[in-house]
Design a protein around this ligand. Structure first.
Ligand SMILES: [Zn+2]
Ligand SMILES: [Zn+2]
Length: 243
């Protein structure tokens, strides 16, 4: 069984007692995080002990995706001092992000990835697609024996991504704006674009995430459903899928 849990889902900054981008994937006792935004370390213990996280894959070097990397690193410092056999965190970051030079200590083993790389962490096979965004940013496709999950990271709507998302059981699509609002200028997608991309990719289920701090979030689902006739969920803390 593969389990996906939303730890954080806000764009830009977290609302009170919540977090920005962070998704927990678990299978066969292996735990990885896709991004680790602000507030993520305060929410994660509800779902998994931070010292049990094997790897973190970072999509890009924007604070709403990496802010709590330092907090996770300090947790590992403390846990390695208190307990035996707590391994370093495997961190995978874009080669352009320079996180590799910044976070080099015994708590993390850092691998810089590029678009053509394939990363394997336990039962998880991860590939990348470079998105159009102000910082070098990579969507991720996570494949296990149970499921294919695609995470858009941050992106401008881009039809060339369709092949990458095709066949996904679940598509976590950033939805930073409402239908009709100009998202591309800011390096993001709106609800209609997230729905359209999900339809083009023929994904089994769409999750709108990386949500805006304005408007009525329920409207994002309605607007995405106008473009995509599948099951649409609005990301929220603790929302979980089991495959
Ligand atoms: Zn973001
Ligand atoms: Zn960004």
């Amino acid at each position: 069984m593969t389990t996906l849990t939303v730890i954080g889902f806000w764009g830009a900054y977290p609302e009170q007692d919540e977090a920005t981008s962070c998704y927990l994937l678990e299978k066969d006792g292996c735990r990885i995080l896709l991004d680790i935004g602000s507030g993520a370390m305060a929410k994660l213990p509800q779902f998994a002990a931070p010292e049990t996280i094997d790897a973190v894959l970072v999509s890009h070097h924007h604070y709403d995706h990496i802010a709590d990397l330092g907090a996770l690193s300090y947790n590992r410092v403390v846990m390695q001092a208190l307990k035996e056999n707590i391994p370093a965190i495997q961190l995978f970051a874009p080669e352009e992000s320079q996180l590799g030079s910044y976070h080099r200590d015994h708590t993390m083993e850092i691998t810089e990835y590029k678009e053509s790389d394939k990363v394997v962490v336990g039962p998880f096979h991860i590939s990348f697609y470079k998105t159009n965004h102000p910082a070098p940013c990579y969507a991720m496709k996570v494949v296990t024996k149970d499921a294919t999950i695609v995470y858009s990271a941050d992106m401008v709507f881009d039809e060339t991504m369709v092949e990458f998302i095709k066949g996904a059981d679940l598509f976590l699509a950033e939805t930073s704006f409402y239908k009709g609002q100009e998202a591309a200028t800011f390096g993001h997608m709106n609800s209609e674009e997230a729905g359209r991309l999900a339809k083009l990719g023929g994904v089994s289920e769409l999750v709108v995430t990386h949500l805006p701090h304005f408007g009525n979030k329920e409207q994002l689902k309605v607007e995405a459903e106008e473009a995509y006739q599948g099951n649409v969920s609005i990301a929220s803390t603790g929302l979980t899928w089991r495959f």
